[in-house]
Design a protein around this ligand. Structure first.
Ligand code: NAP
Length: 366
């Protein structure tokens, strides 16, 4: 009898492939989703037991963990990550789970300027307090999927727009959602080998923004040019473009992550060999990730209506008011530190990340 595994955020970027890969390996899976839709239907067809509920509700989480032995803990990219993780940790301890794989962050450090990141640090410490439950952390950096947020503009206007700094600096080895999931699945299915360990899955090579634009261009069959945009423009785009479901608080954190990107933090000791080590397979290249996306998106093919739509979207970005990030982070209920430290300025962080390349001078603080 294989143990039953709960996958939280099971309709999300990493939860969905985690649940599907576990099913392929024959594990009984309970998939926690917030509604029934095409993603839950896919999970159901794969044989997962669908649990519809609110992940921030302790009573729902207790019910979801009934009869479960292991779990994938994945807080949504949204405020209240610590609340989600506290609910998860309480329910996991009560249910006596034997093993948890938790999705953390590459940047995780105690005094980070990002509240979300500090919450991940605390969550990691809390889940590890239980003497009976073993834990593995999977701490990826900037997902390949993040670049795909702007694939429509690349496909129809030939522009890859992000605030990533100079186009020729190689600052990220982006992992696919599926490779992150494969590392989580390896740890979920073999706790003895991975208990207490942390992994940082990456893609196969460091890429510059120009490399990313070129890979998009090859997959799309057109020239794509990188355009370094300001932080202000990034806030406008995140608010204007679908899926514009990011709250103001979330956008303020994404701006800090872009700052870490420009500082070269995601390039420190990257790429890692963790995907190969845990799965036996080399990580997927970024170009292949884009090609898979293009294959499932006929709307990315060249057409006059699609170009008009992309151009209208671009105008919408220009007309959307920028967010005042300082105002958002100065709000009374936003927990802010007087003297935060970016990851590379934190000795505890640098002790676990050996620099593999020189990093450029820090840019302006977000
Ligand atoms: N993106 C990056 O570059 C990056 C890098 C490092 C670490 N991370 C970490 O990745 C984590 C997010 O993982 P992910 O991208 O796989 O997740 P995700 O795509 O954000 O998925 C979250 C899922 O949770 C669902 N959900 C939201 N609120 C819910 C509720 N109240 N009850 C039930 N379900 C709910 C969402 O439903 P809907 O789909 O219906 O909205 C979504 O399917 C974050 O903790 C972040 O720190 C991200």
């Amino acid at each position: 009898m294989k143990p039953k595994i709960l996958v939280t955020s099971a309709a999300g970027k990493t939860g969905l492939p985690t649940a599907l890969q576990l099913r392929e390996k024959g594990y009984p899976v309970r998939a926690f989703v917030r509604r029934r839709d095409s993603r839950s239907a896919l999970l159901e067809r794969a044989g997962a037991d669908i649990f519809v509920g609110n992940q921030y509700s302790l009573s729902d989480m207790r019910e979801a963990m009934d009869g479960v032995q292991r779990a994938y803990q994945c807080a949504p990219t949204a405020p209240n990550g610590l609340h989600f993780n506290a609910v998860f940790t309480v329910a996991a301890n009560e249910a006596g789970l034997e093993h948890v794989v938790t999705l953390g962050q590459w940047l995780t450090s105690s005094d980070h300027p990002s509240l979300f990141t500090r919450e991940v640090y605390l969550s990691n410490a809390l889940i590890r307090l239980s003497p009976r439950m073993s834990v593995t952390s999977v701490d990826p950096g900037w997902f390949a999927d993040n670049y795909l947020m702007v694939i429509d503009m690349a496909a129809h206007l030939g522009l890859f727009t992000m605030p990533l700094g100079p186009g020729n600096e190689k600052k990220n080895a982006p992992p696919s959602n599926e490779d992150i999931a494969a590392v989580a699945v390896a740890a979920l299915t073999d706790p003895e080998a991975h208990a207490g360990r942390s992994y940082r899955p990456t893609g196969p090579e460091l890429l510059s923004p120009n490399d990313i634009a070129a890979a998009m261009g090859r997959a799309l069959g057109r020239r794509v040019r990188y355009m370094d945009i300001s932080e202000k423009m990034m806030t406008k785009a995140l608010r204007a473009l679908p899926p514009s479901n990011y709250s103001e608080a979330a956008v303020s954190q994404l701006a800090i992550y872009a700052e870490e990107y420009r500082r070269g933090t995601f390039a420190v000791n990257a790429p890692t060999g963790d995907v190969l080590k845990l799965t036996g397979e080399a990580p997927e290249s970024f170009e292949n990730i884009v090609r898979r996306t293009v294959a499932t998106r006929p709307d990315l093919r060249k057409s006059v209506p699609a170009t008009v739509r992309a151009f209208t979207g671009f105008l919408k970005i220009l007309l959307t008011p920028a967010l005042d990030l300082e105002r958002i982070q100065s709000q009374r209920d936003h927990v802010r530190l007087m003297n935060p430290t970016f990851s590379q300025d934190t000795p505890e962080w640098t002790a676990t990340h050996v620099p593999a390349m020189p990093v450029s001078a820090p840019a302006k603080v977000a």
